[in-house]
Design a protein around this ligand. Structure first.
Ligand code: FES
Length: 476
């Protein structure tokens, strides 16, 4: 897309946003993620406060969040790959007990850092689903960038309103005029932001959340377009949120069973028996969501989601869809195939040596990309192993929650050492399931608060062996 820009008072990303052109601002405009890249074709521009004069014969590549028109007008080109995705299919299924019969109309909402999923339930039966992006993505793609943004009153209010607007998008899809109860589950930062609570303490040691139990309030007081009250799933700790409380309630872990929710933050709860629960969180980073990878993308239309041993691949949307990138599950497959064929050595380096591999026209995998996935899978495995070793018990069964896990080829995840061998069960979006159950059974909130008080949190960086387990798990 080519455009002529005439506004000099704002950075280019803001100018484009005002014109309805949304860029992928994953790092919140901090110049880190490189996703908002545009081409300056003409005009005078400031890039990182240094003035450049651009002529059509020598266009400049620049980050829209870091440049501003200096004077007059300037032409630019915005590549499709720099634009924010506008549609999303968030994971909205979960496997669990039947929902309780309730003669009202309940809506459960999973307020994720990236996406929002919602389900409408009538008499215990899900009758409609909705999903959309979290509008907070414009302020960065992970909870740390959101915490930074929320550090002042204006930023906090922007994020609160973005969360409210996103939930209203989902409510509009479902039709919420007749809803009798509404419940929301999310990580602790998302829940704080929705309630206008500054999450800053979660971003610094000892990561104490400013709030774990959130008030039940009229939905309209929060700005939500629905009648009745909105209930919020209580959080366990700063980095083990209400989404995991919901999962714990859905899965009902038996002795020696573990619940693992793989995302940017990998949250783990382990049932040691006799009512003893421990939990922790490992920072896996955003690579599983495609961030930081040369051709990475989320699991959306046009994403390569699986790669077979012969190098063929499948694309979300069907074989006729032109792939635009690779999502995390495809990278897991790629590592497993590379390991099995000897194309990758144990350090994730190409054999014979090569800087990158072209999977499809315009879609390459570099050694740097492989390194990012190795770090992410090492965090997951080291979190599981360190917690198990500390407790002196090997998990008998691991329940895998979350949208990313649903796309995983489990055999490949085990082959690359991301998961230990054993009994694994995919349970889907238990955060959404738990929210729907709470909405259908609002009187269960006190029991959920009690449940959220049970797990004892263990900080991985204080546990012996975490560092060694992480280094070991970096290998293929
Ligand atoms: S580099 Fe511009 S938003 Fe990340």
């Amino acid at each position: 897309m080519r455009l002529t820009i005439t506004t000099t008072s704002q950075d280019l990303a803001s100018v484009l946003s005002a014109q309805g052109i949304k860029l992928d601002l994953r790092c919140g405009g901090r110049g880190i993620c490189g996703r908002c890249r545009v081409f300056l074709l003409s005009g005078a521009w400031f890039i990182d406060n240094v003035r450049h004069t651009v002529s059509p014969s020598a266009p400049l590549s620049a980050l829209a969040c870091r440049c501003r028109l200096a004077t007059g007008s300037g032409d630019i080109e915005v590549p499709d790959s720099s634009r924010s995705e506008t549609s999303i299919q968030a994971s909205s299924s979960w496997s669990s007990r039947p929902l309780p019969i309730n003669h009202g109309i309940a809506i459960g909402i999973d307020l994720g850092t990236t996406t929002i999923a919602a389900v409408k339930v009538v008499n215990g039966i899900p009758v409609a689903e909705a999903s959309c992006f979290n509008r907070q993505n414009a302020f960065g793609d992970n909870v740390l960038t959101r915490i930074q943004k929320a550090g002042d009153t204006a930023g906090l209010d922007l994020l609160r309103r973005a969360a409210v607007d996103s939930i209203n998008d989902a409510l509009a899809q479902l039709g919420a005029e007749d809803v009798t109860s509404l419940a929301i589950a999310g990580n602790t930062v998302m829940s704080c932001l929705l309630h206008g609570i500054d999450p800053t303490p979660i971003g610094t040691l000892p990561f104490t959340p400013p709030c774990r139990v959130f008030p039940t309030r009229p939905a309209r007081d929060l700005g939500l377009n629905a009648p009745g009250d909105v209930l919020t799933m209580p959080a366990i700790s700063g980095y083990v949120g209400g989404d995991l409380t919901a999962g714990l309630n859905e899965v009902k872990l038996g002795s020696d069973e573990m619940l693992v929710d793989i995302g940017t933050n990998c949250e783990i709860i382990f049932n040691l028996g006799d009512g003893r629960l421990v939990c922790t969180a490992a920072a896996a980073g955003p690579a599983f969501e495609g961030a930081g990878l040369s051709c990475g993308c989320r699991a959306n239309h046009g994403a390569i989601d699986h790669i077979a041993a012969d190098g063929t691949f499948t694309v979300i949307g069907g074989d006729d869809v032109q792939p635009h990138g690779l999502c995390g599950s495809a990278m897991v497959d790629f590592l497993a195939m590379g390991q099995a064929s000897g194309r990758l050595n144990q350090f994730g380096r190409f054999q014979p040596s090569a800087p990158s591999l072209t999977l499809a026209p315009g879609i390459v995998i570099t050694e740097k990309d492989i390194e990012q996935i190795l770090k992410a899978k090492a965090a997951v495995r080291a979190g599981i192993e360190t917690l198990a070793q500390h407790c002196g018990i090997a998990p008998r069964k691991i329940f895998l929650a979350g949208g990313f896990a649903q796309y995983l080829d489990l055999a490949n995840a085990i082959a690359i050492g991301m998961l230990p061998p054993g009994d694994h069960v995919l349970v889907g979006n238990t955060s959404l399931g738990g929210a729907a159950r709470l909405a259908a059974q609002p009187e269960s909130l006190p029991a959920l608060i009690e449940l959220s008080n049970q797990p004892r949190e263990l900080a991985l960086n204080t546990l012996e062996n975490f560092e060694n387990a992480y280094i070991d798990a970096l290998m293929l």
